[in-house]
Design a protein around this ligand. Structure first.
Ligand code: COA
Length: 330
């Protein structure tokens, strides 16, 4: 029995925010953003109108429709996000309720940009163990309401966007499979890309000082993150190929986390692969964190980048640091 991706889809808010729109909010320029990141525009929700579970449900409905599965026939939800609707409870249960599922388990995982990669491995292992047969895996974020959209936060504010993507995973007798996954983490770098507050040592979790000194916004050492991303992603791809006795020529398409176009270019260069083998759609959506992989996977499929039977690698790197890759026979 293999694990088949029987449905996939994504949803992004309608509201498009271009680099020129950001120029009006803080000291940046379209040229700087395009040169350093490749991003042209991203989607931001209209605040107070929608939340991350709504984006998730919209994406999930598309994946369910493609798989031809009713929500009441799912038997597990795995929700990957760093921007859940609330800090208590997790978002999986809200998705379970909004979709009208039975009282199935709903798991939240928080591996940031690597959330979907980790979730895919988890879903695959649950299916192969025989415990669950139909799993909804979602990666979703609302980044826009958590960014510091001023001069002080401009390094991060230009990178991120809102969106959601979903997979339906089922046990399958055909050749489709999540063949293998490799996951890593190295917590000594956790402060290189993190948000200090809310903080478990602070009474009420957030102090007035946290708001005043900007600790409620994410902070990043961009160069360190960049350096590690362009090293770890090619390394884990090679590790996965070696473990499965494959060469890079066997892979039809690599679908990397969409962090930065320069990072994607470096991954291709270090693997000596042409850019048409390493998918990018960051110019349209920015970095939607846990959602980039399912969004990119769906668009790559719609553009004919891979077909039934092809081998694909999904790969990610992010805060933690966490990173990993999945080898998929579609
Ligand atoms: N607009 C204009 N100028 C900006 C800016 C912005 N949005 N953000 C930073 N700058 C300025 C800096 O202040 C700095 O100015 P200075 O030279 O006068 O001090 C200059 O641009 C260069 O900054 P630097 O941080 O050295 O740029 P960089 O070449 O490292 O590019 C990133 C910055 C963030 C694009 C890059 O480090 C990166 O992509 N890192 C990885 C980020 C990432 O992918 N994170 C998520 C991973 S999951």
């Amino acid at each position: 029995m293999g694990t088949k991706i029987s449905g996939f889809g994504f949803y992004v808010p309608e509201n498009t925010v271009t680099n020129f729109d950001l120029e009006k909010k803080f000291d940046t320029s379209n040229e700087w953003i395009i040169e350093r990141t490749g991003i042209q525009e991203r989607r931001f929700i209209t605040p107070n109108e929608t939340n991350t579970s709504d984006l998730s449900v919209n994406a999930a409905k598309k994946a369910l429709e493609m798989a031809n599965i009713a929500p009441e026939n799912l038997d597990l939800i795995i929700s990957a996000t760093l921007s859940a609707d609330h800090s208590i409870p997790g978002m999986g249960v809200i998705i379970q309720d909004k979709l009208g599922c039975k009282d199935i388990p709903a798991i939240d995982i928080r591996q940031q940009c690597s959330g979907f990669i980790y979730g895919l491995d988890l879903a695959d292992l649950y299916i192969k163990s025989g415990r669950y047969k139909k799993i909804l895996l979602i990666g979703a974020e609302i980044q826009s309401t958590g960014l510091n959209l001023t001069d002080e936060g401009r390094d991060l504010a230009v990178l991120f966007g809102d969106g959601a993507g979903a997979f339906i995973l089922e046990n399958s007798k055909d050749t489709s499979d999540i063949i293998d996954s490799i996951l890593h983490s190295d917590g000594k770098y956790y402060k290189e890309l993190w948000k200090e507050s809310p903080n478990s040592t602070h009474k009420g979790r957030v102090l007035v000082e946290d708001i005043q000194n900007g600790n409620i916004y994410p902070k990043m050492n961009g160069r360190t993150v960049f350096k590690h991303a362009v090293t770890k992603m090619p390394a884990v791809i090679l590790e996965l190929l070696k473990r499965n006795n494959l060469t890079k020529e066997d892979i039809t398409q690599i679908i990397p986390h969409q962090a930065n176009f320069r990072i994607t270019q470096m991954v291709a260069k270090r693997l000596r692969l042409p850019m048409d083998k390493v998918y990018s759609n960051i110019h349209k959506y920015g970095n939607t964190t846990a959602a980039t992989i399912p969004i990119a996977f769906t668009e790559a499929y719609n553009e004919g980048k891979f077909k039934k039977g092809d081998l694909i690698i999904t790969v990610s790197f992010g805060s933690g640091f966490t990173w990993g890759a999945n080898l998929i026979k579609f």
